[in-house]
Design a protein around this ligand. Structure first.
Ligand code: COA
Length: 146
C-alpha cells in the first residue's frame, strides 16, 4: 500500500499499539512484558526493534523484534488493523524486522503462532518460513502475567 509509512515506534505510540493488539485479538501481557514501563525499557535498549506501519499518522500495523544472542531473531506481536488487512502490511513489517534482526546478527527468523491461525501460517509460509508441527512450546513463568 503506497500511503503506508513504516517507522520505528516511540513510547508515545504505546496506547495505539495496545489498542491495535486488542482489535487484532492478539494475546498480550499488559501486566507483564507488554506493560508500558517494560515496553519503555525495551524500547530504550533497542529502539529499532519496535516497528509500526502508519496510515495518515494512524497506527495500523505493528511488530516487535527480539534477538536471543544465538543467531535467532524472533518476530513478536505482529498485528494489522482489521480494516487494513490483505494489503501487504504484515509482509512489509516482517521484512523490515527481519532486516533489523539480521543487522543484529540473526540468521534464523522465528515466530510463535497460536493454532489455528490460517492467516498467520499463510503469511509466514509465503515469506519462506517452515512450519514445525512436531515442535511443542514449553514455558515456566514466575507469574501468569509475564
Ligand atoms: C496475520 C496478519 C498479521 C496478516 O496481516 P496482513 O497485513 O493482512 O497480511 P498481508 O496482507 O501482508 O498478507 C501477506 C500474505 O499472508 C497471507 N494471508 C494474509 N491474510 C490472509 C487471509 N485472510 N487468508 C489467507 N491468507 C492470508 C497470504 O499469503 C498473503 O499473501 P497474498 O496477499 O499474496 O495472498 C493479520 O491477519 C492479523 O493481524 N491477524 C491477527 C493477529 C495475528 O494473528 N498476528 C500474528 C501472530 S503470529
Amino acid at each position: 500500500m503506497k500511503s503506508i509509512e513504516v517507522r520505528t515506534l516511540k513510547i508515545q505510540d504505546y496506547e495505539a499499539m495496545i489498542n491495535l493488539w486488542r482489535q487484532a485479538d492478539l494475546p498480550f501481557k499488559p501486566k507483564g512484558r507488554d506493560s508500558k514501563s517494560e515496553i519503555q525499557k525495551q524500547m530504550e535498549a533497542v529502539p529499532e526493534y519496535f516497528i509500526g506501519a502508519f496510515h495518515q499518522d494512524k497506527l495500523v500495523g505493528v511488530v516487535i523484534g527480539s534477538y536471543d544472542g544465538r543467531m535467532k531473531g524472533w518476530i513478536n506481536r505482529l498485528a494489522v488493523h482489521p480494516a487494513y488487512r490483505q494489503k501487504g502490511i504484515a509482509q512489509q513489517l516482517t521484512r523490515n524486522v527481519e532486516k533489523t534482526l539480521k543487522e543484529h546478527g540473526a540468521a534464523i527468523f522465528c515466530a510463535l503462532i497460536e493454532a489455528p491461525n490460517k492467516e498467520s501460517f499463510d503469511l509466514f509460509q509465503k515469506l519462506g518460513y517452515s512450519i514445525h508441527r512436531e515442535t511443542l512450546y514449553v514455558t515456566k513463568r514466575r507469574s501468569k502475567d509475564l
